[in-house]
Ligand binder design. Structure first.
Ligand code: EPZ
Length: 401
């Protein structure tokens, strides 16, 4: 398994909180990680290395995230909190639309205003100012992963105590909190809905290895289950995958957790599933598309309900083109199986949908061609090489890294 994209991105942004050098380890070699590196360099930070990434943000020239970079990666918004906390100003482009949903950042902005920042939206940019952020009680209206991370980083250098309620519990949030505490922050309640941060005046550098990617692991586990395969995932952390493992076992997969990782053996026949996506520790929305492919092969009726993002069924029409029987009613997809998927040309619409279409290609009869795989390269490191090593007949035709 590679390091987690969604842990590496906030960690790299956290480098902006200190003038001391930071070393981030187990960083996946992904398009999004390179984009974050370019964003930090655009501001004047020195960014070196891959997998082990060193960042020196001691001589920042500007506190700005331009539209050109933000439009390619929404997670760029994670520089807002650190810049405002350390420099008292930040100009960050609003992310704009996304295939899977509207994805506003109102909770991020509301939290920073509660900490005393003045926020102006001008020309598609967030312009934020603050002499020094002050601790506050912030109750999130919705559970937001990057919102929790942004405000946790901002509060780390604020005056006084901040309490984040209805905070996100994702392992990536906890990993960021641990890295910040190693830099001298005072954060407690990580992994619970109430996170308390007592601000400090300055932070030291970091030397932190990010957690393994649970969504990459989950993707390979579904691929093993859907292909009647037998795969061992070295370095995967089962503690981050309870909901995924539970659903795979209900589907009939044999999932064994060992010191070296997780072993998954696919069943001869897949049992129907009932999945509802939720914030962690609920079933991850980033695994919904992959599980939909599994459900197309299940004997009987399966239900998949997407509650986190309002438009995350873009893969349904592509799976139907391959012969899947899927009916969508509001936020629930109703599947009847087992469907015999037929290989054809399909279009990836977003990162996780592209992974799902690859799994569909592995179980389909004949050849499948997945277009727009640039989505894939944003979040999966060398996926076709890893799959080929497991016996997949897959190759990249054009583009990509
Ligand atoms: C993070 O996105 C992940 N990205 C996403 O992974 C993941 O799907 C998502 O969390 C949910 O688990 C990173 O960590 C970089 P949210 P984030 O804020 O933080 C609404 C992948 O495939 N909301 O938790 O942007 C929002 O619209 C990506 O790797 C507000 O209304 O997601 C959504 O419906 C895709 N206002 C819900 O909350 C806000 O201010 C959860 O979004 C913020 C969020």
């Amino acid at each position: 398994m590679s390091g987690a994209k969604n842990a590496a991105l906030p960690a790299l942004a956290a480098s902006l909180l200190t003038d001391r050098p930071c070393t981030w380890r187990n960083v996946p070699r992904l398009h999004d990680v390179r984009t974050m590196g370019r964003l930090l360099a655009h501001m004047g930070a020195v960014v070196e290395g891959e997998e082990v990434v060193r960042v020196d943000a001691s001589k920042l020239k500007r506190q700005e995230a331009p539209y050109g970079l933000v439009k390619t990666m929404r997670a760029s918004v994670l520089v807002l909190g650190p810049l405002l906390a350390r420099f008292g100003r930040a100009r960050v482009s609003l992310p704009g639309g996304c295939a899977i949903g509207e994805r506003p950042i109102d909770q991020h902005l509301k939290g920073l205003e509660a900490m005393g920042a003045t926020i102006r939206l001008r020309g598609g940019y967030v312009e934020a100012r603050a002499t020094r952020l002050a601790g506050a009680l912030i109750v999130f209206d919705v559970v937001t992963v990057t919102g929790t991370e942004n405000l946790m980083m901002a509060a780390a250098l604020a005056r006084g105590r901040t309490v984040l309620e209805n905070a996100a519990l994702e392992p990536e949030v906890v990993d960021l909190g641990c890295a910040l505490n190693a830099m001298g922050a005072r954060i407690s309640g990580l992994g619970t809905p109430v996170i308390t941060i007592d601000g400090v005046d300055t932070l030291a550098g970091a030397d932190h290895a990010v957690i393994p990617d649970r969504i990459e692991a989950g993707t390979f586990m579904v691929a093993a289950a859907a292909t009647r395969g037998d795969v061992r995932l070295r370095g995967a952390d089962a503690a981050h995958l309870d909901a995924v493992i539970t659903k795979l076992r209900i589907a009939g997969a044999d999932v064994r957790i060992g010191r070296a990782g997780i072993r998954v053996r696919g069943p001869a026949e897949i049992a129907p599933l009932d999945v509802v996506t939720q914030p962690h520790p609920g079933f991850p929305t980033d695994m919904q598309a992959q599980f939909m492919v599994l459900a197309t092969r299940a004997r009987g009726q399966s239900l998949l309900t997407e509650t986190v993002f309002e438009n995350r069924f873009m893969h349904v029409s592509e799976l139907r083109r391959m012969g899947a029987d899927i009916h969508v009613d509001g936020r629930t997809a109703i599947l009847r199986g087992p469907a015999r998927l037929q290989g054809t040309t399909v279009m990836a619409s977003d990162l996780r949908a592209s992974a799902a279409l690859i799994i569909a290609g592995l179980v389909a009869e004949g050849r499948t061609e997945v277009l727009r795989v640039y989505h894939l390269d944003r979040g999966y490191e060398r996926i076709e090489k890893k799959l080929r090593a497991l016996g997949a007949r897959i190759r990249r035709i054009r583009g990509g890294l």
